[in-house]
Design a protein. Structure first.
Length: 741
């Protein structure tokens, strides 16, 4: 084995070779930080500075952990499997499974997702007689307290009487989780931290074990995560923290950008290195990124650069309204695909808030373009999958009250809310868990009709508990789906049922895949792997060749050949509340920086002059980010609303204009802009003469319609087509999937 360092640049090699003592590596976007991390770990093993089992690498997502492992397997002959390479939540689970009793839990504890958390909170609020409409507020306070390692009493002391009720809910919520032998994601960090602080055996075990600690995306750590890393690294002091303060965009999740600066102060002898050479984007794109982020105060000085000089000019556009903005973006994506060899999957439309996605999705629909929407309805949150997983979780941890409540009447077996309330009252009367109450239900005074059904459910659970010990996990799950009746719930042959059965088939496939990849692993390990999938890593399962439509938060870590940053209006990007708080405004700039640096070859910045939001159409002022870039590109001042679109030019060669103007009725139709750059050749020769007013056509999504009007411009032919029950749609005949009837 020999680790090849010749392909690393000088700054990267320095980071790899500096193995001893604390190191803070400030890695700019696209600067090759994963390459540095994997080469550094491989180098440590090659030089026998540590055994693989003595290496810990903490990543932000499971996907990043898998990528790191894959690269290390390519580089090392030693057993990479002995290394701890995982998210920090997965790391905490491994610690807690070993020492759970020391923090008051059984090793079989369940891990509650955000959906589970909502259900428990809803039940708590109902029991306390509080308004469930404020669930999100209570949930925020609980997460905020836990991220700052504060108990209900401490949180009340910190913030005062205004949070008294929230603290009562917090205390009751925690009690419910403890009763169910369950933890939420924040608890995994809290209890791991308490374990290391309070138990000398556990603390010394892990401090001795991890001789070298690597932390990726350090700027996204919260208070508890920082403290965990500090404790684990206290003995050897070999902590390698990789991050970029300019990409800290998760304050709403508790991330503290100050941790980057705190690391320098608190880790004695810390060396600070920087990676500024970018391997992703063109210099023109990086110039925009550097411009936007340079206005943040207190950041670590750095400037991205690349040997990929020049590149295609950055394009900036102000369109008449949101429909025109979407039409421009989709038209340009079509042009890139038809004329320049792009794939749809090379393109992304990014926005600050997902409320802006609708117009882009609809415009793609017009032309039959597939879309991948990040943050869609996630596979493991679908009802049929949640039902199946809840049965599995109950078998792993019978005290998991949330799972028991979900499956006790799934499929329906006559145990509705009234019957469950009676069982809960019986459990409370005896001071037992709900599962214990189920086992002793025959001793209750429950009505015979209810008792008979409860005992049938108890027998089912006991049978499953027996079978799960006798069967391999990949064989047991199909058995469970049949035996519980989940399959039978979707046996009517309807399209919806067919889709749900396909989802259940995919669920079985995921179990089989897990079993193949993890020989000897059981049900507990599979359930844990499913639960620990970060919500940041799940997106709508769209086609492979599809345009990505996402919030900036949703594509952190991804890259695309062409990126459209849309909705660059004051109050949207940056969001309105940021005007009042400097720290929030700086985070908005970091978001913009992240959005820009997702682009490899093409960058488009767009905004609408007016936008329909909050129930009305309003004039939309340009975003300060939009204005700064527009000014830097040599554009004139923003023309007044309603004035004729101006054709701006700059040294970047971008034309700033509004080629899409709103037609009567609010439908945006593409119109040719009066600039030489916007006159393009028709990409594909078609017989447009047949598409005349009065001719009937068919669209795969809109059905049959009649052409009302046609117009040539911008190298295309556009048609207004009336679709019964839908309305008039303006489509480009170059790209729209239309057939003559």
């Amino acid at each position: 084995m020999s680790v090849d360092l010749t392909k690393l640049n000088e700054a990267q090699r320095e980071a790899v070779l500096l193995t001893e003592g604390p190191v803070l590596l400030i890695a700019g976007a696209g600067s090759g930080k994963t390459r540095v991390l994997t080469h550094r770990i491989a180098y440590i093993v090659e030089k026998r500075l540590a055994f693989p089992s003595q290496i810990l690498a903490i990543t932000f997502t499971n996907k990043a952990a898998a990528e790191m492992k894959e690269r290390l397997y390519d580089m090392l002959t030693d057993d990479v499997g002995e290394m701890w390479i995982s998210t920090i939540h997965s790391m905490c689970v491994r610690m807690l499974r070993r020492f759970a009793e020391k923090v008051g839990f059984l090793k079989s504890f369940s891990i509650y997702s955000e959906v589970d958390k909502d259900r428990v909170l809803k039940r708590v609020l109902d029991d306390m007689g509080l308004d469930a409409d404020h669930l999100k507020d209570y949930k925020w306070h609980i997460a905020n307290a836990k991220n700052n390692n504060l108990s209900p009493d401490q949180y009340r002391e910190e913030l005062g009487k205004d949070v008294t009720e929230a603290c009562r809910v917090y205390a009751r919520y925690d009690a419910e989780l403890k009763k169910s032998n369950a933890m939420d994601f924040d608890d995994l960090l809290i209890y791991a931290y308490r374990l290391l602080c309070r138990d000398e055996e556990a603390r010394e075990y892990y401090q001795n074990k991890f001789r070298y600690i690597h932390v990726d995306e350090f700027q996204d750590t919260n208070v508890i995560q920082y403290e965990l890393i500090r404790i684990l690294g206290a003995k050897w002091n070999n902590v390698f923290a990789v991050g970029d303060d300019d990409q800290s965009i998760y304050a709403f999740r508790g991330a503290v950008v100050e941790n980057v600066f705190r690391f320098q102060r608190e880790f004695s002898g810390c060396r600070v290195l920087k990676l500024e050479q970018n391997y992703r984007s063109t210099q023109k794109i990086l110039d925009v990124a550097n411009l936007v982020i340079s206005k943040n105060a207190g950041r670590m000085s750095k400037k991205l650069w690349t040997r990929n000089e020049g590149g295609t000019p950055v394009v900036i556009r102000a369109l008449q309204d949101e429909a025109g903005e979407a039409a421009y973006a989709v038209h340009e994506i079509n042009r890139l695909v038809r004329e320049e060899g792009f794939r749809y999957s090379d393109c992304a439309v990014l926005m600050r808030v997902n409320a802006l996605s609708r117009s882009f999705e609809q415009e793609c629909l017009k032309y039959g373009i597939s879309t991948r929407v990040y943050g869609g309805f996630k596979f493991f949150e679908r009802k049929e999958i949640k039902d199946a997983v809840s049965y599995l979780r109950l078998l792993c941890n019978p005290f998991d009250e949330e799972s028991l409540l979900r499956v006790i009447n799934t499929p329906k077996r006559g145990l509705g809310a009234g019957a469950v309330d009676k069982l809960r009252a019986f459990a409370a009367e005896r001071g037992e868990s709900l599962f214990d109450a189920l086992l002793s239900a025959e001793q209750s005074a429950l009505p015979r009709s209810v008792l008979t059904k409860l005992l049938a459910f108890k027998d089912l659970v006991m049978e499953l508990l027996t079978q799960v010990q006798l069967q391999k996990v990949e064989d047991f799950v199909p058995y469970l789906l049949e035996r519980t009746g989940i399959r039978g719930m979707y046996a009517d042959g309807s399209e919806d049922s067919i889709n749900k059965n396909l989802n259940l088939d995919e669920f079985i496939a995921s179990v089989k895949s897990f079993a193949d990849a993890n020989p000897g692993a059981g049900l507990e390990e599979y359930v844990e792997s499913v639960t620990l999938i970060s919500d940041l890593e799940q997106e709508d399962e769209g086609p492979v060749d599809a345009v990505s439509i996402a919030t900036v938060h949703g594509v952190k870590g991804l890259e695309f050949r062409a990126v459209f940053v849309a909705g660059l209006e004051d109050g949207i990007f940056p969001i309105s509340r940021a005007k009042l708080v400097q720290s929030e405004m700086e985070e908005e700039r970091r978001l913009m920086y992240v959005a820009v640096t997702r682009a490899k070859e093409r960058l488009y910045l767009t905004r609408a002059r007016s936008r329909f939001m909050y129930g009305e159409r309003s004039y939309a002022a340009e975003s300060p980010f939009f204005k700064e870039v527009r000014t830097a590109l040599g554009a004139e001042d923003e023309p007044s609303f309603g004035g004729s679109p101006a054709g701006y030019r700059s040294s970047y060669g971008s034309a700033y204009s509004s080629p899409y103007a709103a037609t009567a009725g609010g439908t945006s139709a593409p119109k040719p802009a009066q600039t030489v750059e916007n006159v393009r050749k028709t990409p594909e020769k078609k017989d447009f003469e047949k598409f005349q007013p009065g001719v009937r056509v068919r669209h795969p999504k809109f059905g049959e319609g009649t052409i009302i009007r046609t117009e040539r411009g911008d190298g295309n032919v556009y048609a207004d087509i009336a679709f019964p029950g839908i309305g008039v749609k303006t489509l480009s005949l170059n790209f729209a999937p239309l057939t003559l009837i």
